[in-house]
Design a protein around this ligand. Sequence first.
Ligand code: ADP
Ligand code: ZN
Length: 611
Amino acid sequence: MSLTVTPAAAATPAEVLHRVFGYSEFRGNQADIIQHVVSGGDALVLMPTGGGKSLCYQIPALVRPGTGVVISPLIALMQDQVDALTAVGARAAFLNSTQSPTQRSAVEQAYVAGELDLLYLAPERLRIDSTAALLDRGTISLFAIDEAHCVSQWGHDFRPDYLQLSMLHERWPTVPRIALTATATEKTHGEIAHRLQLGDARHFVASFDRPNIQYRIAAKNQPQQQLLQLIRSEHSGDAGIVYCLSRASVEKTAEFLVQNGVAALPYHAGLPAEVRSTNQSRFLREDSIVMVATIAFGMGIDKPDVRFVAHLDLPKSVEGYYQETGRAGRDGQSSTAWLAYGLQDVMQQRRMINDSEGDDAHRRTLSAHLEAMLALCETVTCRRVQLLGYFGETATACGNCDTCLSPPASVDGTVSAQKLLSTVVRLARERNQKFGAGQLIDILLGRRTPRIDQLQHDTLSTFGIGTELSDQEWRGVVRQLLAQGLLAVNSDGFGTLVITPESAAVLSGTRSVMLRVEPARPTKRAARPPVKGANATLSTEAQSVFDTLRAWRAAEAKEQGVPAYVVFHDATLREIATLRPSTIGQLGTVTGVGESKLEKYGERVLAALAE
Ligand code: ADP
Ligand code: ZN
């Protein structure tokens, strides 16, 4: 490698940022974090996905003498991480169970000889005595503990092997440690500091805002059609992730998309390991794959150009939702987080909580998570303000979410609520019966169905008193009453609805109910400025240059067997397409073009441009 990263011990962090990574400035508090670690301090870094955590340990590892040891739970992604570093001229390798003994021993030798800037290890390797002994034979510049929230037993990504990472401090007390996570809650934060013995570490907490992501939550009608409409109108040809709750709906949705001409692939824990790994690898390597997945997919996926994340089912918590949507737009370019949400989601989740194993305290936690999620869905104010508020940040209306862009009306829905609740009460008192939303709505609308006739529900005094609303609108009312805790799903397992202690005040007229107005159509597209797709900012001419560069990149990536973004990010290609440099010097000024990539691809990019 002609680039001299090795004597970088003499280089400053800013020089490494510029020469190796091709970036002109540090982002957010990267500079402070890097300085702190370079001078030997411990750090705990909380930064959202896409915030730029990797540089916070990669640059110190390149600046400090020795090898930076990175602990990462994501064995399947280590190869890509190492490829990305190799592409910028850093000397990186990994040790994990997927390697042959020969490959492992080559890496071990390189480490001992001081020929590695970064070494990635799975946490379980540290349990093996020989690993610690090996580390002692080289020079460790720092320990980076990636995905540090895996140490939290209450989080959803708990990995028992993370618990013993406190040994790093005991065995190598003078080596600086930097723990990083994109999980933001106070509870996880405290737990990481405690369990990793980061008592003296400086805490760096970045804002969790992701301004380039547009948050939208739509009423669910025909979710697959709505999704297809989103992809066709705003994200055609873009990479995206679609989350579904069940394996069955993952498969059905992927099939539906494929039938409609979208390059979609399924991913869930029930698929054979080879299929999962092929699909993941295609998603990472190709440009426009839509991955339809359960939440088993995504942690550590650092594909920078995922342009949209769609949820077809309600996530179980705001924390999970934010992590998942955060996988969109790591490169800082405009992206969409879209969620379709409906009555069935609320019913289903309430039922799952009722049926869940565990004690009441556990059920209360699940309920609290669901309620926060419902509050986000039903809000009539800025989604981002709500989201950030959940993580303890205050913000002002963002102008880039659906409620900011087309503010929903909020109306006094007390009378509708009373009609619905009193139907529930009458059925219970007069007939000793409980029903789900469908029958309640049929009664309110005065429909003469066989079931109404058979049960003589037309003799109830609320029969036909709700014709001012449509079936769809009544579903909205039921959903919102459930979300507000004014109606509950009975624990009989049949999805019947019952009143709650709070309902009494509504029925007696001492409490009013505000409802978000359901738009007659799912989304009034014309009323909303089109989301800037990734390509929207390019002129027609630049767009065609960009397409040429993308084709060149795809061929290049394929030949090397690396993801396209390892060659260049979209943002870099876009900048090149706009600037159209004619010399190597000009090309070198583009963000993301460091010395190594300039040397490797410079001439070829100029040749592609000259065509
Ligand atoms: P995280 O690990 O926090 O999710 P990454 O480290 O993957 O985020 O960084 C997200 C994206 O931002 C990457 O594509 C990275 O190359 C880019 N990036 C990070 N720091 C900078 C910077 N200072 N200037 C420009 N781009 C940056
Ligand atoms: Zn907003």
